[in-house]
Design a protein. Structure first.
Length: 94
């Protein structure tokens, strides 16, 4: 049984997945390779991104299937005081 704190992120991520996936595939020409490597993995799983851009939080969920067993995805961040002098980032991170 999923706990209540899983429901809200799951619903929001599924709503956002549709337009994000369409936009990334159409405008960004998103191609996904290696999905066969996820077969047989049991949840929970840690996806570690290399942070080649600040778009990782969009690319990872959009790369997974809509009915992925790895949903919802939870993110970690540094503590909020790290971002105090980070310009616009202080509003989104921490």
């Amino acid at each position: 049984m999923k706990k209540l704190y899983f429901i809200s992120p799951l619903i929001l991520q599924k709503i956002i997945w549709i337009p994000t996936n369409i936009i990334l595939r159409f405008f960004g020409h998103l191609e996904i390779h290696g999905m066969e490597n996820l077969k047989g993995l049991n949840s929970p799983v840690i996806f570690a991104c290399n942070h080649s851009s600040e778009m990782d939080p969009f690319f990872v969920p959009a790369s997974l299937p809509f009915f992925s067993p790895f949903s919802p995805i939870f993110y970690t961040s540094r503590e909020s005081k790290f971002y105090v002098n980070s310009g616009w980032r202080k509003h989104f991170y921490g």
